[in-house]
Every structure is written in structure tokens, then in C-alpha cells.
Design a protein around this ligand. Structure first.
Ligand code: NAD
Ligand code: TYD
Length: 352
């Protein structure tokens, strides 16, 4: 490790997971200078980082990873010692309405970053490129089995196809140009700062507003949920202690069928909002299924557990409780993020 201050570039740091990663790095590594590069799309919000915005080891850079000239200029000005790449279009339903923007940001944007990183890695020993990816690249499981690091990629949505492609580019740059890299593939996250278009934050918001809870298909789809702060801890570990050229699966050991999770959310929120038992459950509305809907995701996180000693620290019960409280206490945040293009998108999505 270098003796000078290490410059770490985190992309997508104004988003949901990125904001928790930026906060963790800024707080844990006072000797690093953390650069948060984010285009501030509908999903990026600097309010997520208000508490650390004046920290001396934190800098925000507004910029778009699809702009190769901008990245070239940035990398010529700052010699980064590592890149933690989270910037992406991240919502499956949006990828069904508008696949091309996923190709642009997730594939082209990643390749732009890789090009600058290769050049830098040749003069900066110890440089590492970390791609934060998803378990959705593996496709869908049936009722049994788990995704392993060796599971073949079989993406089913434009979102997961774009993430699979960017994973492949990262690996290819390692093989072809000798770029030191590491990749992690994580299951569904939940927690504070989550944009209310994904299942958990959307339904919390809709329950508060007494709006319908649109459950896709019969609701018998299964996801493995991980508290976002545990994911940020895992990212920190993989970045610092993962082996170059390796992939690590990260998961919550916490599978839920959507309909059971929605009923649990309703129960917890009835209690917190002082509503009678069964009140929020009446909002559940079964709607047309998502096309190409993956039946089940489940991660085998043995490798990261055995090699790096990571396991989730927050139980689902506690994590969900903290998450609901956060949304109830941050309704101003909810109001801000749900203005803008959010409503236009929903009109479009319901036309499927
Ligand atoms: P998010 O949508 O909340 O945030 C994405 C961030 O990237 C936003 O701040 C946005 O402004 C920024 N961004 C988008 N396009 C950009 C561009 N062209 N240039 C620069 N910045 C841009 O996403 P998230 O849920 O926090 O996910 C972060 C990463 O983790 C993604 O790569 C995603 O694929 C991966 N991931 C997410 C989950 C999950 O459950 N959310 C699970 C596993 C992996
Ligand atoms: P989501 O949060 O979009 O994450 P992902 O598709 O990346 O897993 O969706 C989680 C699950 O919830 C998925 O099976 C789709 C389902 N779902 C609904 O039933 N209704 C909704 O309104 C949304 C957003 C998701």
C-alpha cells in the first residue's frame, strides 16, 4: 500500500447502495480521499450524503460515465489508486421500457471507465478496479439450488443482460490488458435511501399514502434480501482483501416470497401507523406480471464467508424495522425524490 494519501473513485455514490459505500469509506478511511462521481440521474440524490458532505476527505464530482472525454480529463487530473464502480441504471422494469439507456450506462459507461483504468494501472502499481454487480446475471433458479460463483451466466432481463455484459468486459480487460480487478454479485438490497420504485420502498411509500400495492403475477416469486449496510461492509472487505481476478457472491441467507414479504410489511406498518389489523393488506392488488420475471434468486455466500470472514450482521426483522422507521422519519426525502420524471415513467410502465 502507498504511503501517500490514496485517491479512491466511487461511481454512483449518490444512489442507494453507493451512498452507504461512500459514507463507510469516508468514515473508516480518513487517509483516503474519496471522490464520488455521479451524474445525478433520477436515482441519484445528494441529500443521501448530507451528513458527510463537508468531510475533508470527501469530494463530489458531477459527471457522466458515458462521456469518454470527460473521463479522460478526470483521470488525467487525479491519479486514482482504486475505482469502486456502482454507477448504473438499476431497475428491471425501466430496462424493459428503455433497454438502450441500460446499454449506454451499464455497458458503454463501464467500458469507458475500464479504458481509463487500464492506462492508470500501468503506471500505478496497486491500482484495482472493483465492479459491483448483481446476482441477476445468473438468471432464474427453480424451487431449489443456489447461485455459486461458478454458476453460468444466463441473464433474462435487459438490466441483467447489461450487468452480465459489463462483468464480462471487466474480466476480459483483466485477461487481455492485465487490469487488476475484482467483481462481486449481490442479492436484493433494502434499507434507507432506496428509491421508491423497487418493491420494499415502493410498498412502504404506498402503504403510508394508502395507495394500491401492485403485486406482479401471483406473488410467488422469491428474492434473497440483504440490509444495505451489510452490503457496504462486504464491498469494503472485497475491495481491500479480495483476490485479484476473483468473483465473490454476497447474499443475505434470507429468502422471501414476494407475497409473504408484502404481508409482513403490511403487518409491521399497521402497527407503526396505528391502523387496525388487516388495513394495509386491503391495498394488495395483483397486477399483470412482469415479462421475463425471474422465479427465484438465492445466493450461496460460502466463499466470502470462508475467505473473508463476512456474514450479514443485521437480521431481517431488525433491518426491516429500521428501514420502515427511516421512511416514516424521512417523508420530506420521499417527497423530493418522487417529484421529477418519476410519475411520467409510471404512466409508461403501466402500458405493458
Ligand atoms: P441506484 O439506481 O440507486 O443508483 C445508481 C446511481 O448511479 C445513481 O446515483 C445515479 O445518479 C448514478 N448514475 C446512473 N447513470 C450514471 C451515469 N451514466 N454516470 C454517472 N452516474 C450515473 O442503484 P443501486 O441500487 O444503488 O445499485 C448500485 C449498483 O449496485 C448497481 O451497479 C447495481 O447494478 C448494483 N446492485 C444493486 C442491487 C440492489 O438491490 N439495488 C443488488 C446488487 C447489485
Ligand atoms: P424489485 O425490487 O424491482 O427488484 P428485482 O426485480 O431486481 O428483484 O422487485 C423485487 C420483486 O418484487 C420482483 O419479483 C418483482 C416484484 N415486484 C412486484 O411484485 N411489484 C412491484 O411493484 C415491484 C417494483 C416489484
Amino acid at each position: 500500500m502507498k504511503s501517500h494519501k490514496r485517491n479512491i473513485l466511487i461511481t454512483g455514490g449518490a444512489g442507494f447502495i453507493g451512498s452507504h459505500v461512500v459514507r463507510r469509506f469516508v468514515e473508516e478511511y480518513k487517509k483516503y480521499q474519496i471522490y464520488n462521481l455521479d451524474a445525478l440521474t433520477y436515482a441519484g440524490n445528494l441529500e443521501n450524503l448530507k451528513d458527510i458532505e463537508n468531510a475533508p476527505n470527501y469530494s463530489f464530482i458531477k459527471g457522466d460515465i458515458t462521456d469518454s472525454e470527460f473521463l479522460k480529463e478526470l483521470f488525467s487530473q487525479i491519479e486514482f489508486d482504486g475505482v469502486v464502480h456502482l454507477a448504473a441504471e438499476s431497475h428491471v422494469d425501466r430496462s424493459i421500457s428503455d433497454p438502450l439507456s441500460f446499454v449506454k450506462t451499464n455497458i458503454l459507461g463501464t467500458v469507458n471507465l475500464l479504458n481509463e483504468s487500464v492506462a492508470l494501472s500501468r503506471k500505478n502499481e496497486g491500482f484495482r478496479f472493483y465492479h459491483v454487480s448483481t446476482d441477476e446475471v445468473y438468471g432464474a433458479l427453480g424451487d431449489t439450488g443456489y447461485f455459486l460463483e461458478t454458476t453460468a451466466y444466463s441473464p433474462n432481463s435487459p438490466y441483467s443482460a447489461s450487468k452480465a455484459s459489463s462483468d464480462h468486459f471487466v474480466r476480459a480487460y483483466g485477461e487481455t490488458y492485465g487490469l487488476p480487478f475484482v467483481i462481486s454479485n449481490c442479492s436484493n438490497n433494502y434499507g434507507p435511501n432506496h428509491f421508491p420504485e423497487k418493491l420494499i420502498p415502493l410498498f412502504i411509500n404506498n402503504i403510508i399514502q394508502k395507495r394500491p400495492l401492485p403485486v406482479y403475477g401471483d406473488g410467488n416469486y422469491t428474492r434473497d434480501w440483504l440490509y444495505v449496510i451489510d452490503h457496504a461492509r462486504a464491498i469494503d472487505l472485497v475491495f481491500h482483501e479480495g483476490k485479484n481476478g476473483e468473483t465473490y457472491n454476497i447474499g443475505g441467507f434470507n429468502e422471501w416470497k414476494n407475497i409473504d414479504l408484502v404481508k409482513l410489511l403490511c403487518q409491521l406498518m399497521n402497527r407503526k401507523l396505528g391502523r387496525p389489523d388487516g388495513a394495509s393488506e386491503e391495498l394488495i392488488t395483483f397486477v399483470k406480471d412482469r415479462p421475463g420475471h425471474d422465479l427465484r434468486y438465492a445466493i450461496d455466500a460460502t466463499k466470502i464467508n470462508k475467505e473473508l470472514g463476512w456474514k450479514p450482521s443485521v437480521t431481517f426483522e431488525k433491518g426491516l424495522d429500521k428501514t420502515i422507521d427511516w421512511y416514516l422519519e424521512n417523508q420530506e426525502w420521499l417527497g423530493h425524490v418522487t417529484s421529477g420524471d418519476y410519475k411520467k415513467y409510471y404512466k409508461k410502465q403501466y402500458q405493458h
